[in-house]
Design a protein around this ligand. Structure first.
Ligand SMILES: N=c1c2ncn([C@@H]3O[C@H](COP(=O)(O)OP(=O)(O)OP(=O)(O)O)[C@@H](O)[C@H]3O)c2ncn1[C@@H]1O[C@H](COP(=O)(O)O)[C@@H](O)[C@H]1O
Length: 106
């Protein structure tokens, strides 16, 4: 897993013990699942709008917001980015793309 995702996941885990007044992430945990899902919906919509505008910088910014809030959801559910990466790796292996990708490099 990327160091950034791994380190962010550790911070998100640590925020479970923080006061809602001291941290944005802790305040989201405190508000609960619906508040986290609302943020994911908003950030997904903003990502779509950025793509429709063809604004690459904004696509990156909004996708980062979307990934971040998805990671908050994973943490709140007792999951982490490694669970999602394992699923992607499983699909990658199943489709034979791994083999095709390595052949392309050769
Ligand atoms: N990566 C992020 C990150 N990305 C986005 N955000 C927050 O997500 C929110 C995005 O919401 P919007 O785009 O709707 O902007 P907004 O209008 O300010 O938000 P709202 O007032 O509507 O909530 C903003 O408040 C951002 O600050 C983040 N907040 C925190 N992190 C990481 O999480 C770590 C822990 O954060 P804290 O819990 O705040 O210490 C930090 O060290 C960062 O690494």
């Amino acid at each position: 897993m990327s160091d950034t995702l791994s380190q962010l996941a550790q911070v998100l885990e640590a925020r479970k013990g923080a006061s809602p007044d001291s941290s944005y992430v802790a305040s989201l945990y405190h508000k609960g699942l619906d508040a986290i899902l609302k943020k994911i919906g908003e950030e997904a919509t903003e990502t779509v709008m950025a793509a429709k505008d063809g604004d690459k910088d904004k696509i990156i910014y909004e996708t980062a917001d979307l990934w971040f809030h998805s990671m908050v959801l994973l943490a709140q559910q007792g999951l982490g980015p490694d669970d999602v990466l394992k699923e992607l790796e499983r699909r990658f292996g199943l489709s034979g793309l791994e083999e095709k990708a390595s052949r392309k490099v050769d």
